[in-house]
Design a protein around this ligand. Sequence first.
Ligand code: HEM
Length: 540
Amino acid sequence: LRYDYHSSKPVTESLLAYYDSLNATDTCTLEVAPCDPNEWRRLDGSCNNLKQPAKGTYFVPMIRLMEPHYHNGNEARKAANGEDLTLPRRVRTTLLKVGKSSHPELSQQVPSFGGYLLMDTISIHDTENMVLQTTTCCEPEHMNDPGCAPNIIPEDDPVHRFSGIRCMNMTRPLTYQDFHCTKQKVPSPIIRATPAFDGSTVYSQYNDGENARSYEGGLLISEEENGKFYPPNGPRGVCPLNVPPKETRCYQNQVNSVLSHHVYMVWFYRNHNYIAKELAKVNPHWDDETLYQTARDINIAIQQNMQLYEWLSSLMGHDNLVKAGILTKDKGFRDVYDENSYPVMTLDYVFALRWFHTMLETTAHLYDKDGNKVGDMPFFNPLFRTGWLPVDRNEEYATNGFIRQPCHNPDHSIDFDQIYNLKLVYKDVRDIDLIAGMWSERHMKGGRISKTLGDIMVDAFGRAMRGDRYWFERKNRPHACTKAQLKEVRKYTLARLICNVGEGVTHVTKRGFYNVGPKNPLVLCNDIPQIKFSVWKEKI
Ligand code: HEM
């Protein structure tokens, strides 16, 4: 049956005729094969919800938690008094300090894994558009183009006062309206990923089938470079910043993104193959399909467990999350699935995740496997530069840096100073932008992030659990874990992941998202519990 992406309902003949007339049928609709309640999780996300099979697929729209406020349909909003708001650049330089500062507790792994999680549910088409395609928004004749939102820099800018730069290129997100996939007026930004936490970056970034599969032994296609294994190269990859002749890697089926997101994608990609090979050892009779599907399921379960019990917990505090119903106390099975929900991302969550930019050290510190600092790499340099990682010992250096480097310590002091600054850039409390509020407010009690960001994340993660029929903690889901298997999944921490599939790693910290220190010393990989695949041995 053919469904409309935007409404997730079966497409009517008249709507189909309309899309056909605009040549937009393939963009705005999708074909969903009949669902089987017991099938494995699909790559395109369809049939996660059996009542509404097209909800939760690749390219479905996000929902909004907060009311949209535009001016004149879809122009930038005005202040409550009807005047223009203060320039975003002035808001940013007034409220956020520029400079280096190391987080006293959390490591660079925190924003890095956050970036990987982000990529699982969004796509970087808007960043590609801004950085690589629509680069003329600062030219006077293009400033008012509908696709442009130039970032104007005031003359007294603390950074650009003397540089002469008065404008930074900025574009507007692409919307379903741009593709003619809806007639609704409120702009609805597109995403090209499934909204569930299902390893989209590893398995199905472009929604065109099973192109990552080798169809042998349940493995994903791997290419060897410099003695390490990576997803395959291909002409569709966008890596304009690779420096030839050495830097040639540019993925065909994966996003060629920034260093942090990239390294995590490589780890989970390799992890799939690691799991498939171990499963084949305990079940030599399993065919490719069983090995592939089981390995994918375990890989996603490891990611989901890590994101709640290690990553989110390091940001929001274990007890807060138990109270909010996001973590279980006993770590057993639980079933919060609700068939009246469905996997969906909120626009507010995707927007709010930009807050993590304030947690990123802009320079990645490079360390070798013996813990010697061997150099620095500006973090933004490897944007669209996938080829850097496999060259020489770069992957070893980046990985050991992630383990040892603290992340940036975001500003969070809502003292008189910050209230004064807010008053400088906003006349009315109703004018305060979400991100500006999150930069300025106190961190949540027992946690290490803005309270509003925490609330938005709890909402998003709660939806993810309630709406995902395949959520790893469900006893009754299709192909559910046994109790013993769930226990093994829980053991598979970030530390174990890096020890198994990281490059040039001998030492890690047990609590991987925290800094190295007396309470969290570097230990040998042998001291980190290993997952026992024998619990997946099929009884015949
Ligand atoms: C290596 C470091 C990173 C660089 C160089 C980088 C750069 C960028 C750029 C250039 C954009 C587009 C401009 C914009 O929309 O603001 C962007 C968007 C964004 N980034 Fe990052 N980023 C990095 C890491 C992260 C991390 C770790 C997170 C979150 C955990 C994150 C979250 C976001 C979000 C949510 C957006 C908006 C995406 C959308 O609207 O679809 N970024 N980033």
